[in-house]
Design a protein around this ligand. Structure first.
Ligand code: HEC
Length: 131
């Protein structure tokens, strides 16, 4: 009897230990998954904000919006037009810096000397990622 009680207690204890261990491991795994997902979202959001902030800072949004045509085309329309075109990025970087017309109508985009080559690249990448 005494032995049985002792044995049962041990089994119980083991069961409890292993279930808390499992629970902890599972919780930790879930937390890690959650953290990875959260940081992926956060960095995507940060990238989107960086593009938007630069577009604001460089005055692009005086003539453009992401989803409506203003003076210039909506950025999501630009992205759709050049989707899948490998040389589009380089072409658009030049166009952003030097300006030009004819792709969307008669209104020309003036040159944007306030953007560096690197900034133009960042902006065009961001524009082409709009949906
Ligand atoms: C004064 C108004 C104005 C400003 C400021 C302006 N744009 Fe434009 N943008 C236009 C117009 C108008 C067009 C259409 C030109 C055309 O039809 O070829 C255009 C076209 C574009 C295109 C598509 C070009 C093509 O060939 O399809 C991109 C990309 C673009 N702009 C990005 C920018 C960025 C980035 C900035 C900020 C650095 C900026 N624009 C600032 C008016 C402007």
């Amino acid at each position: 009897m005494a032995f049985n009680v002792h044995w049962e207690n041990t089994v119980e204890l083991l069961a409890e230990l292993s279930s808390t261990y499992l629970e902890k491991t599972m919780k930790r795994n879930l937390m890690m998954v959650g953290m990875v997902v959260a940081s992926a979202f956060a960095s995507q959001a940060a990238m989107a904000d960086a593009g938007m902030d630069l577009a604001k800072a460089k005055n692009c949004l005086a003539c453009h919006a992401v989803s409506t045509k203003l003076v210039g085309p909506a950025y999501k329309d630009v992205a759709a037009k050049y989707a899948g075109q490998k040389d589009a990025e380089a072409k658009l970087v030049t166009k952003v810096m030097k300006g030009g017309s004819g792709a969307w109508g008669a209104i020309p985009m003036p040159a944007n000397p306030q953007v560096s080559d690197a900034e133009a690249k960042t902006l065009v990448k961001w524009v082409l990622a709009q949906k």
